[in-house]
Design a protein around this ligand. Structure first.
Ligand SMILES: [Zn+2]
Length: 330
């Protein structure tokens, strides 16, 4: 690996014609990595970053640094629909005329963002989340649509097991890894054996996995299953969307599986003492500030994912009374 010159490195060549590009984000984590993969005279881009001026300038500087004309990028493949991954897919398709590829479940979510509403009061009440004054409520994701989030309508859809020939002997194998989002995909670059994992398998942090209205019922079960799937792949280098490239995807996948097992047991202990709402369990399992609405919502939906997994495993029971759900250990 070698860092590019000229002050702060904005790109890093992981292998011949495999370039990691660090794009700025206006929130934490403060950087998203996108990847450029060369095949003959064309390039494929993995993920796009968020649609900010800062990110676009950094991306175009990275192209220039590696002598890539925008129209050399003929394919844009994205791991999932989140703003830091798919946010600039619309403008970059215009810039490059590339074909955009995404899993259909992600394409659906990207399009739905346009009409998304803010907090769902009935849903919150069901989980025991206290109501918040208007100014503290979570803003609707639709506010970013068309400004910070400009998603393309994909030209082609990804499916598990697809092989995408990139040219010059290189290809992507599509590995559907639901969990963080329902249509999240990892991409295995062959014959190099480099695995682009999006948010599925980050080296330092665990991605958010939560239950949401109209989403999968057991996303944590899906997420853990996806880790077992990734462990069966042969790869010698991992390219995550946040954090540095690393080796040994199996070890990291095992760590994440263990991490969630421990957290799940903490929650099971909590509901052994008495039936609790997901919000009450979240307060016991996470060090959240009840003033921080974002933390409250994220921790409660993540707690719900653990409680639902316990229920699917036959270890917890759910009961609903006056529109509020409570879980208890069996
Ligand atoms: Zn994400």
């Amino acid at each position: 690996m070698s860092d590019s010159g000229q002050g702060a490195a904005k790109t890093r060549e992981l292998a011949d014609g495999v370039v990691q590009v660090f794009l700025p984000l206006p929130f934490k984590p403060t950087i998203v990595n996108v990847y450029l993969v060369r095949a003959g005279s064309t390039w494929t881009l993995v993920d796009t970053g968020m649609h900010t001026g800062d990110s676009r300038r950094t991306f175009q500087a990275a192209l220039a640094e590696h002598g890539i004309a925008p129209t050399d990028v003929t394919r844009i493949v994205c791991t999932h629909h989140h703003i830091d991954h798919y946010g600039t897919s619309g403008p970059y398709r215009e810039l490059t005329h590339a074909q955009v590829l995404l899993h259909p479940l992600e394409a659906e979510k990207a399009a739905a963002t346009a009409t998304a509403t803010g907090e769902n009061d009935a849903w919150n009440a069901r989980l025991g989340i206290p109501a918040a004054p208007t100014e503290k409520r979570m803003p609707s994701p639709s506010l970013a649509f068309g400004t910070l989030y400009v998603p393309a309508i994909p030209d082609a859809l990804l499916a598990d097991g697809d092989e995408i020939p990139l040219g010059d002997g290189r290809r992507f194998e599509v590995v559907w890894t639901p969990g963080h989002t329902a249509g999240h995909c990892c991409l295995l670059l062959q014959p190099d054996g480099i695995l682009f994992v999006g948010d599925h398998l980050l080296p330092k942090i665990t991605p958010h996995v939560g239950v949401y209205p109209n989403g999968p019922e057991n996303p944590l079960g899906d997420f853990l299953h996806s880790h077992e799937k990734v462990k069966r792949l042969d790869a010698h280098l991992v390219g995550p969307a946040h954090g540095g490239a690393y080796e040994d995807h199996r070890r990291r996948a095992s760590q994440l599986i263990d991490f969630h097992r421990v957290r799940k047991m903490t929650m099971l202990d909590a509901i052994r003492r008495r039936p609790l709402t997901p919000y009450e369990v979240a307060l016991e399992a996470f060090a959240i500030g009840t003033d921080n609405r974002f933390q409250v919502m994220a921790a409660t939906s993540e707690t719900l994912a653990h409680l639902e997994l316990l229920r699917f495993e036959g270890r917890a029971l759910k009961a609903e009374e006056h529109g509020v759900v409570r879980y208890r250990a069996r």
